[in-house]
Design a protein around this ligand. Structure first.
Ligand SMILES: C[S@@+](CC[C@H](N)C(=O)[O-])C[C@H]1O[C@@H](n2cnc3c(N)ncnc32)[C@H](O)[C@@H]1O
Length: 351
């Protein structure tokens, strides 16, 4: 039913209120218009495991896990240039590689990968068999993590994490915005928002954000009635700035400053600077919203298997306690913390 709607109006607004509550898989991703009841809330977000942040120490929580398996592209680049790949270049590699996976027709590629695997067996060449088997595992994993489980976008988990902020038509700043998903989800929940997305990789504006499907529905609030409403990318007021976060010269003018998967890409000596980026442009009383990938066995395995797609940059996996301690000791009070499918999430305010 949802797929039919999207097929008949791929570039417009295919869904109406009658679709709310439904979910369906299409070839690239899951369309998810299910909300959660109060009873279900705890299924999508696990909240507030720490009672008193001032009592937590690094000895208690230990340091994050560093992912050390790098992509072939990074390894080859470093060999050819005889130096370490700089962060900006590594992000351009990452964004291209990651974006390609969002574009895939997953069922067709799973079929093709299987076909290639069987033909590699007939070749009797171990390197070909290994490569083909690796491709089968990767596409199966992508199908499970992104398409079926919706672990990357996780709209219900994100909504559970983002709900209840005391803001009206907020100005939202998204640092390291990539395709901009989470700012759009916030803008649906807090209508008439003004969003500024910032990323220094131009490809994020011209391709990752530009190609983000116009027909993808974000479930949010109808300000006129207080009931649920479906929004699309083109409903939002978004300015996309291509620049280094360190060059931004905004004043304290944002109600929400957001990042998703940024903090864990900086070794400890830079963490205070990254936390400071979030505080710097906040209005008094504004919120910092931050998420980072969780440190769990299945995530470690995921980054191992998907290294060629995901690991061009320095990367840590952390627990929500580790993430919170970085924020707390750098001057933020933690209002809400928890984890959703694959990310930790924290809502904080400057102390
Ligand atoms: C890991 S990505 C964010 C994850 C994102 N949700 C995704 O799906 O890829 C981090 C983004 O931050 C950007 N970034 C990193 N350092 C930056 C800086 N100093 N200034 C601006 N953008 C930066 C990168 O280009 C990248 O697109």
């Amino acid at each position: 039913m949802l797929e039919e709607a999207i097929r008949s109006e791929p570039n417009a607004s295919p869904f109406d209120e009658s679709h709310i509550g439904k979910t369906e898989l299409i070839n690239q991703y899951r369309i998810d218009l299910r909300h959660y009841s109060e009873k279900e809330y705890n299924k999508f977000v696990t909240m507030n495991t720490v009672k008193d942040w001032s009592q937590l120490t690094w000895k208690d929580v230990r340091k994050p896990y560093e992912v050390k398996t790098y992509s072939k592209d990074r390894i080859t680049w470093e060999k050819n240039h005889a130096k370490e790949m700089d962060p900006h270049t590594s992000w351009t590699f990452f964004n291209k590689a990651f974006h390609e996976w969002f574009q895939k027709d997953v069922p067709a590629e799973m079929q093709e990968a299987k076909k290639q695997f069987f033909s590699s067996i007939r070749s009797f060449k171990p390197s070909q068999v290994k490569q083909a088997l690796g491709d089968v595992v990767k596409i199966q994993l992508w199908n499970y993590v992104h398409r079926m489980q919706d672990g990357i976008w996780d709209p219900r988990g994100k909504r559970a994490l983002f709900e209840g902020l005391d803001v009206k038509h907020p100005r939202i700043l998204f640092l390291g915005a990539a395709e901009g998903y989470e700012a759009m989800q916030l803008a649906a929940m807090y209508p008439e928002a003004e969003v500024v997305m910032v990323d220094y990789d131009e490809y994020c504006k011209t391709t990752r954000f530009a190609d983000f499907p116009d027909s993808y529905p974000f479930l949010g609030e109808n300000p006129a009635t207080g009931s649920q409403k479906i929004y699309y990318k083109n409903d939002f007021n978004i300015e996309y700035v291509v620049d280094d976060i360190r060059n931004l010269d905004y004043g304290k003018e944002f109600d929400i400053v957001l990042s998703v998967g940024l903090l864990e890409h900086f070794p400890d000596e830079y963490k205070h600077e990254v936390v400071d980026w979030h505080r710097k442009f906040l209005k008094d009383g504004g919120y910092v919203v931050m998420t980072t990938p969780r440190s769990q066995v299945r995530s470690k395995l995921y980054y191992q298997i998907m290294a060629d797609v995901m690991n061009h940059t320095y990367r840590e996996l952390m627990t929500v306690e580790q993430m919170g301690l970085y924020m707390y000791e750098n001057g933020l009070d933690i209002l809400r913390h928890g984890y959703i499918k694959v990310h930790n999430g924290i809502i904080a305010k400057p102390r």
